[in-house]
Design a protein around this ligand. Sequence first.
Ligand code: ATP
Ligand code: MG
Length: 422
Amino acid sequence: MSTLIQAIRGMNDILPEETPRWQQLEATLRDWLMAYGYQEIRTPIIEQASLFSRAIGEVTDIVEKEMYAFTDALNGEQLALRPEGTAACVRAVVQHNLLYQSARRLWYTGPMFRHERPQKGRYRQFHQVGIESLGYAEPEMDAEHIVMSADLWQRLGLSGIALELNTLGDSEARARHRIKLIAHLEAHVDQLDEEAHRRLHSNPLRILDSKNPALQSIIEAAPKLYNELDDRALQHFDTVQRILKAHHIDFRVNPRLVRGLDYYNYTVFEWVSDQLGAQGTICAGGRYDTLIEQIGGKPAPACGFAIGIERLLSLLESGGHPVANAGIDVYIVHQGSEAETYAWRVAQRFRQAGLSVIQHCGANNFKSQMKKADASGARFACIIGDQEAAIQQITLKALRTTAAQILCQPEQAVTLITSKGL
Ligand code: ATP
Ligand code: MG
């Protein structure tokens, strides 16, 4: 016997029992994005690998360790499965000159790929929904994103999600801070772990994000980026905070929030739940004013965020949020060749009337067909024998109530089923 081929580790099948929850969330997300005037953009799942190393940064977890990069065996091109959505979105905006006439509010959703150690809330194929506002420099847009995400938690009936906020200033402030930070870390070089050693000169800001307990006192004592911020950065951050306060959105300024992608400047934020263990961040984003130029476009400011859909679903599930089940309206039971021909016609008539219909397939007797009708969850069985077919009528039987079955025309059945009276 050949061995069974299984799905790739960390890449999940979403089974029929789970898809209603996904669909319900996706519908809520679409309504929410529409309510704020965002337009959907869809980009390919595979891109040139260099897009991500250029956008996200060479010395980041994603590009160094997590990216599914490969050589196209047919033409030798260096490609990658997208690890996130922003780089591709910006690439498409630049390629199609979408900022030519006006700024844009965009959204995307779909699978992302990162070669991480699979665990609850961390997968190798996972899904994100994200938004990007391109061509907006004002702090009001940073605030719009945060207000919008807070609104989503409310629409979903979620609570206990905390907002962490920070500002990374502009590149000059980061350059000044970087020099001081490296000097501080070099003074403690013998206490640094291997990763910190490696990042000391390539990406020292990321060392501040280290979870290694041995590094915490060095990190605490490190020079603060905040002290390097100029007036413009401080004012930008103040405006964001003022708008959040006006909306009664609580937040904590966390100077250690630096984010794992290089493209951020000014505002960065994360929404964190305490109900998901170590994988508690459900939404993260910020401003990236230099990325568009970095990808080859005309300089334009922008900001955005992404939500991890699996983590959001897991929060909804643990909160016992009900899933609305659309369900099957009618299961058509038939026996005899005249009956079968008529059953096909009735099924289509029902479907044209907007009903969800399963027509029995196979040569089972009435009794076992009725069992299948019951197991399908359908609200009604429509029973057609040759007798019914001869007079072009059907027997309608309610499966979830004790209402008596009736012999009627298909049109009458539609009225009865849609009136929900039975
Ligand atoms: P983490 O710190 O958890 O690794 P991240 O900073 O790498 O997250 P982002 O790149 O900001 O994550 O992605 C935005 C969101 O996408 C995260 O907040 C999270 O909800 C989700 N996400 C990221 N990586 C994964 C993954 N491997 N599996 C499931 N969800 C993920
Ligand atoms: Mg990560």
